[in-house]
Design a protein around this ligand. Structure first.
Ligand SMILES: NC(=O)c1ccc[n+]([C@@H]2O[C@H](COP(=O)([O-])OP(=O)(O)OC[C@H]3O[C@@H](n4cnc5c(N)ncnc54)[C@H](OP(=O)(O)O)[C@@H]3O)[C@@H](O)[C@H]2O)c1
Length: 421
């Protein structure tokens, strides 16, 4: 078989989606010789030996890690020069996966900043990568209006609905701008593009992430178990082998329907879509989830707690009849009977240092801390995704996987990487 000419470049390779995507490209998914080369671009420095990506072997595509690429700080000229200097064979790039996101307090500024970063990346590749075939980016259910209290559309959420997003809300989300950029920039070019829409993404990152719910809850559960004498560091010293931990949210937060996805499955579909431009290109949007049957946080919680030796129980906070269901994105009720996960982690973080988990001290969830604390309180409405369009693509993973699997795989990796006890 002749060598594949495909060269994938992944912007945001250190993030929640980016890590999983590089991992799958190197596995190699879907088969040996799909990609010849993979370039992983990151902003923060990344130590390859701490990424847990597959080691080089005869089946693995060649990997180049290019760190210190600050898309926010660099203009187009700087980006062009630096990429030319630092990315080997940039002229051979065939597939771009764009997974960068910078969260900012001001939504309008956030849109402008993120928009400029993607525009620069695409303009540069249009100049220097004549073999480009496909661009894929990841949006999210924010693009279906879930940041409005109570949501915007009646679920299941279908891809066509994004066209009816109220204009005042649409201007606070960057995804419509990304679509505009890619539509305009791909006109009369040999490449096409698609967008993939997940709700909560469950996965591993070696050095934190802005919005990793799995990491946030794993650190909470890990410290809670330790403080109750349970877990690998308390062997023989168990003070409470049946510690109960309530779901951190309200009853409505625990029972509302949603569609989580593991970062592995999301990554596999991104690769699949990019290799099937006829079926998946032309600027189409695809929802993605682990399963067509929706989940609830309340049904997942006991499984997550169990991994840490705890008993996950129903929330101790009141239900939907309270004012909780009027909360906006990231808002917590004023009175909550116990510490929120982020507050609990902050209070006991020293325990991680005490047991040599340095990564857990420095590599938490960063900017998304408050929003992740509030997940169980403000997301009190159904927001499940329709997977009809995804299943029509022929993606082999269309059959789906158990949503608990992504959590426990991530927990195992967090422990291996010293991000939890
Ligand atoms: N997390 C979720 O559950 C979730 C759910 C639905 C949708 N999404 C969407 O998925 C996209 C990616 O989010 P994520 O969860 O993967 O976030 P993430 O884990 O925080 O990753 C963001 C990535 O962006 C990179 N980045 C940030 N600022 C940069 C800059 N100035 N220059 C270059 N790279 C920069 C980061 O690089 P460094 O780490 O190197 O700084 C990181 O790799 C976003 O559009 C988000 O809305 C996420």
């Amino acid at each position: 078989m002749p060598d594949s000419p495909n060269h994938a470049i992944v912007y945001g390779a250190s993030g929640l989606i980016g890590w999983a995507l590089i991992n799958q490209l190197l596995v190699p998914y879907p088969a040996t010789n799909t990609f010849k080369k993979v370039t992983a671009v990151t902003n923060r420095p990344l130590d390859l030996s701490e990424t847990y990506w597959p080691e080089p072997d005869s089946r693995r595509p060649e990997l180049q890690l290019v760190s210190g690429v600050d898309l926010r700080g660099w203009n187009k000229t700087t980006l062009l020069e630096r990429l030319r200097q630092r990315v080997e064979n940039i002229e051979d790039v065939t597939h771009i996966y764009y997974l960068v996101f910078t969260a900012m307090d001001d939504d309008i500024e956030e849109v402008a900043t993120n928009r400029r970063m993607l525009q620069n990346v695409i303009d540069v590749h249009n100049l220097i990568s004549p073999k480009l075939q496909f661009v894929a980016f990841v949006g999210g259910t924010r693009g279906y209006g879930i940041y409005s209290p109570g949501g915007t559309f009646t679920p299941p959420l279908h891809e066509e609905m994004v066209k009816n997003l109220p204009p005042d809300y649409a201007k606070t989300v960057v995804y419509p701008s990304y679509r505009e950029i890619l539509d305009t920039s791909s006109a009369e070019k040999n490449w096409t593009w698609c967008e993939v829409c997940p709700d909560a993404i469950i996965g591993f990152t070696p050095n934190g992430s802005q919005f990793s719910l799995a990491l946030h809850w794993a650190q909470y559960l890990s410290l809670y178990a330790y403080n109750n004498g349970i877990g690998p560091h308390t062997q023989g010293n168990s003070t409470n082998p049946i510690a109960k931990i309530p779901f951190p949210g309200s009853l409505a937060g625990a029972t509302s329907l949603f569609s989580p996805v593991s970062s592995t499955r999301l990554a596999q579909f991104l690769i699949y879509a990019s290799l099937h431009p006829k079926t998946c290109g032309s600027g189409q949007l695809f929802n993605i989830a682990d399963q067509e049957t929706p989940s609830t946080y309340g049904s997942l919680w006991p499984h997550l707690a169990k991994w840490f030796g705890l008993i996950g129980i129903a929330p101790s906070e009141p239900g939907p009849e309270t004012e909780y269901n009027k909360l906006k994105v990231g808002e917590m009720p004023e009175e909550v009977s116990s510490l929120a996960p982020g507050e609990y982690i902050a209070k006991y973080r020293d325990v991680f240092a005490q047991w040599g988990c340095q990564k857990a001290v420095t590599g938490g969830v960063g900017a998304g801390n408050r929003q992740l604390d509030s997940v169980g309180y403000w997301l009190t409405f159904d927001r499940q995704l329709s997977l009809e369009r995804l299943m029509g693509t022929g993606f082999e993973g269309g059959r789906g996987r158990d949503p608990v699997q992504g959590w426990v795989e991530s927990f195992g990796l967090f422990r291996r990487a010293g991000l939890i006890l």
